[in-house]
Design a protein around this ligand. Structure first.
Ligand code: 5AD
Ligand code: SF4
Length: 461
């Protein structure tokens, strides 16, 4: 055995999945997973730079880790901060062995080998807009999935939109779509190993297949990709994240009516309810266009659960603009949302334009008002589901409620359940929802599965 590794991951689902790719690559290189950093020969800190807070967390953790670094151990920093900070990180932390960004994951085993042999700092330093970054090996027999029954599948990477607040085009590079044949093959292999739910991943996932440099000629549109993935035998649920409103086309809307495996949940970031702020953010759509889209989606899938991302206190946001965001939250009927205070990021269009952040106290106040409204709305949504029959994909024991299992319904809500019979992670279990909190639904299994549709909500019993 070459040694043991440990990966500490922060950030979005793309990052969570990139960590899985790294773990699998290291398994192929002869490494095995260690339970914690102290027991590992190779430690990777996998970073996120979307907001300043996440970056600060990295510096404190990395400092402590390097302080205690044993002889022979190598420590690397991966992810978006590594891409953004590069050499500055190596200079700031002389005991750090290597850094590499999200576009260079395939090179991880070579970097680890080089870092262990040579005693100097290393950095992979190039942008990769080719298909090479998608050339990753199948799951190694020693690789254990952290999500039994479910899997993420990368379909595209990077972003070409340049929202004013966002650091992603600088860290994950330009938009590249992966060959559809390779995606379907990966899904087939996953289904063969017991996966029933796949989440298609991309920074602007529904930009998939757009003509771009690095694109494979003659590729299919996103809605067609969903169809092909859903057709793979054994796949019962298909999700995707995160889409951009401007790429939700008619074919994608129709998929919600025509593809039963496509789950009735859509996370569709809107960021603001004010047209002026949306324009300053360079979001390329208006409030009315967003609401019109929501209307079309609900017309074909009335039970669609809609969630979103929101930013408060963007530099040009007035009190009136913020009120419009609250109003949009009500009007769109978001079942849940992630909301953030604007955080100035280096090299973003807003920072380069010298847009000064608003007063932190004001930003906090707005965030709390928004989150208060969302809490009420989420609770009302959850309560309306009491009595519903649905199908839960079991994830394992509930971390918060001893004796209960935790899983997710097709609408992507967390469902806790008490079950008399043991249920394995990855199993689909029909349940009736009995009670609700803003964070989760509480359910009991029902005896027969005969009426259970493939991810579709069931009639009340
Ligand atoms: N400040 C605050 N929130 C941000 N997000 C992205 N960049 C910033 C920033 N600079 C939020 C957006 C995005 C989510 C992943 O993070 O809402 O959709
Ligand atoms: Fe964080 Fe964005 Fe990078 Fe994901 S893509 S890890 S959210 S900076």
């Amino acid at each position: 055995m070459a040694g043991r590794f440990h990966i500490r991951t922060f950030g979005c689902q793309m990052n969570q999945h990139d960590a899985e790719k790294m773990a699998n690559l290291l398994c192929h290189a002869g490494y095995r997973e260690a339970p914690d950093a102290a027991a590992a020969d190779v430690v990777l800190i996998h970073t996120c730079s979307v907001r300043e807070k996440a970056e600060h967390k990295l510096y404190s953790e990395l400092g402590a880790l390097l302080e205690a670094k044993a002889a022979g151990r190598v420590v690397g920093v991966a992810g978006c901060v590594a891409q953004q900070e590069g050499d500055r990180l190596l200079r700031r932390f002389p005991r750090l062995d290597f850094v590499f960004g999200p576009q260079n994951i395939v090179h991880l085993p070579a970097m680890v080998a080089a870092a262990r042999e040579r005693e100097r700092q290393l950095r992979v330093d190039y942008d990769d807009d080719t298909q090479a970054r998608f050339e990753l090996p199948e799951r190694h027999p020693e690789y254990t999935s952290p999500t039994p029954g479910r899997a993420f599948v990368t379909v595209m990477e990077g972003c070409d939109l340049f929202c004013a607040y966002c650091v992603v085009p600088r860290t994950r590079g330009r938009e590249v779509s992966r060959a559809s044949g390779q995606i379907v093959e990966e899904v087939r292999a996953l289904a063969g190993s017991g996966v029933v739910e796949v989440t298609l991943l991309g920074q602007t996932v529904n930009a998939y297949g757009r003509p771009r440099p690095g694109r494979v000629e003659g590729e299919i549109p996103f809605a067609e990709l969903i169809r092909r993935v859903a057709e793979v035998p054994g796949i019962e649920r298909v999700r995707f994240t995160s889409p951009h409103p401007i790429f939700v086309d008619e074919a994608l809307v129709r998929s919600y009516a025509e593809v039963p495996e496509l789950c009735p949940h859509l996370h569709l970031p809107v960021q603001s309810g004010s047209d002026r702020v949306l324009a300053d953010m360079n979001r390329r759509h208006t409030r009315a266009e967003y609401l019109e889209l929501v209307g079309r989606l609900r017309a074909v899938r009335p039970d669609l659960t809609l969630t979103t991302d929101l930013i408060v206190a963007f530099p040009t946001e007035s009190a009136g603009d913020f009120e419009q965001t609250l109003e949009l939250v009500r009007e769109a009927g978001f079942a849940d949302s992630f909301s953030f205070k604007y955080s100035e990021r280096p090299g973003t269009p807003a920072q380069r334009r010298g847009m000064a952040p608003l007063d932190p106290g004001l930003a906090q106040e707005r965030l709390e008002r928004l989150q208060g409204l969302q809490r009420e709305q989420t609770l009302a949504y959850a309560r309306a589901r009491i009595g519903e029959r649905t199908l839960v994909l079991i994830e394992g024991a509930s971390p918060r409620h001893p004796g209960q299992l935790r899983g997710r319904c097709p609408h992507n809500r967390v469902v806790n359940l008490r079950s008399a019979r043991p249920l394995a992670a990855g199993e689909l279990c029909p349940v009736t929802i009995e009670s609700a909190t803003p964070h989760s639904l509480l359910a009991v299994p029902v005896a027969d599965r005969t009426a259970a549709g493939r991810g579709a909500p069931l009639p009340l019993v």
